[in-house]
Design a binder for this molecule. Sequence first.
Ligand code: ASP
Length: 277
Amino acid sequence: MKVLAHGGVGSPRENDDGVKDAVNKGISGKTEALDIVIGVVRELEDDPIFNAGTGSRVRIDGSIQMDAAVMFDGEIGAVSAIERVKNPVSVAKEVYDSPFVMLTGADCTQFARDLGYEDYDPLTKKRKEELEEMNEKLKGTDGPERLKKVREFYEQVDGGDTVGCVAEVYGEYAAAVSTGGTSYCMRGRVGDSPLIGCGFYAGKKGAVVTTGKGEEIIKRMSAKRCYDLIPEHGLKEACEMTIAEYPNEISIGVIAVNGSGIASADNREMARFGIER
Ligand code: ASP
C-alpha cells in the first residue's frame, strides 16, 4: 500500500500533522485504493484548517461552492459548485456510481439531498473573517469596475489549502481531490480540481493530483501531463517537470504514486504526508 496526501500548495509544513492524522484515520480499515483516497479526503474535509468541506473558502458574494472528484481504474465521479454538504468527495463517489461523470451547481446539491445528504453549513470563523476582508476591499464597486478589482486581487492569490490524495493497493491506483476554490473567486467559478486530467488522473500507470492556481492548471492539463511523463522519466522527475512548466509567480504543487513509490514537487510550501508499506 502506498498513500500520499497534501493539504494544498501554500499550506505550511506545520500542517503536515493534520495531513498525517487524516491519512492515519482515513486508511483505517480500508483495503482498496479508492476507499483509501476517499477516506483520507473525507478526514481532510472535516479538518477546518484545510480549504475543503468544513473550512472551505468563501466566494466574493459570500457563498461557499465546493468541487471534488474521485478516479479509479479509468472511472470518474466529480461534483462542481456543490453547496451545503459536509463531504463533497462522498457525493463525487455517488456520481462515480451513477451513469454520469460530473454533476454541477444546484442540480448537484439536489442530487446529494435526494440521496440523503443533509443540509450542512461549512462556514468557519476564519473564512467569515476573510469574507469581511474581501468585502472591505471590494466595497462600493459593481459591474465592470468590480470585475476589474476582482481580477487585481485574484492575481495576487497565492496558494489555497485545497486537499488531495493518491493511493496504490496491489497495483491499482486511485486519486481524490476536494476544494472550496480560491479567495476572490466568483460564484460559479470552477477550477482544476474536479476536471479530469487537470486536478487529478488515475490509470494503469499511477495516480496524480495537483494543487495551485486552477486556471493555470486547466490550461496545462497538468495531472494528465504528469501522468504521461511518469513511464519515461520516473515519478519524481515527472513531478519536477510538471512544476517546471509554470513561472515561479504561479503557485503549483503535485503529488503522485506509481509502482515504484510516492513523490511530490511544488514551488511553495505544501503540507503533506505519505506512507509506503
Ligand atoms: N486548485 C484549486 C482551485 O483553483 C486551489 C488550490 O489548489 O488550492 O480551485
